[in-house]
Design a protein around this ligand. Sequence first.
Ligand code: PMP
Length: 363
Amino acid sequence: MTTTNRIYNFSAGPAVLPLEVLAEARENLLSLPGVGMSILEISHRSKPFDEIIQAAESDIRRLAGIPEGYHVLFLQGGASLQFSMVPMNLLPQDGSADYIVTGSWSQKAVKEARRVGGVKVAATTEKDDFNRIPAQQELSLDPEAAYVHYTTNNTIFGTEFAYVPQVGTVPLVADASSDIFSGPLDVSKFALVYAGAQKNLAPAGMTLVIIRDDMLKRTPASLPTMLQYTTHVENTSLYNTPPVFTIYVMGLVLKWLVKLGGLEAIDRVNTRKADKLYGEIDRTGFYRAHAQPGSRSRMNITFRLPSEELEKTFAREATAAGLDGLKGHRSVGGMRASVYNAFPEAGVDALVQFMQEFERTRG
Ligand code: PMP
């Protein structure tokens, strides 16, 4: 395995994949063992692919302990299409859904839901520059809502729910794109969970949807076939050609997670990695975290330096030092270190060391 040219990739997504996974994909790229063709060449209706997609689904079910009565779907159109599919399938025209707004992705979800039906904002932390997650007591929830939607982790602002909102009997829907499988996930609390694959699961091209069976009854028959969840349930995600390679790589990532000890094990690693970075950010006051304590993401760690000038220098010199992708999103400024499941702890240590050295020479 040649690792000499690999740098530390702090990109928010598509993001770093486990080295073992890349190595195995490379190893088998020309010919899948026992198949004699590349994964890039085989039919999605072939037996080998059937085994791949079924294994991926069963690993997802096992890892998250998904209870009976849930469907696991692999869809296309990104998490962004779920902003539309969720209301199109679950929100009756005369109904209303509650949205908890904690950042740009929640706002985009609201925008699409409003095209379909009524939306009430159950809470928003916009006036705090989305630097925190609202507490349960701050949520003004409508007991008649068709569902409650929230974003479990805010990729851009670097905040993350440390709790699952209590919503009574109203179905709970989560966009878990940027923290899916970063720790245990109690699927039984949700009616629907969706996540773009390109951060914690796979390369880009696929969206994982976990949907409770009773939600399928809501789908209006008038919806275009491809936009109905029922279509994909009935056809086990093979109604049309799925992204075969992405699903294959996801299968390898899931096996890597299982081997590591599952979601509890990766949970501990993620806490340790994030603690190291926040510890360094908080150490002297030279660096300032964007997210308030208690709301801080373990996946996307956002921080500022004393001036924009220093931030530019930091980003430039970090890149030169082999620490890539640290420039923050333009709406927050500063830095963002995305340290998803596959991001190696040695890269976190390297960043901490770089931060200390930068502060020593520029602070
Ligand atoms: N939700 C969240 C939380 C995201 O971070 C992103 C992408 N970064 C999206 C939705 C949109 O995902 P996609 O690009 O797969 O449509």
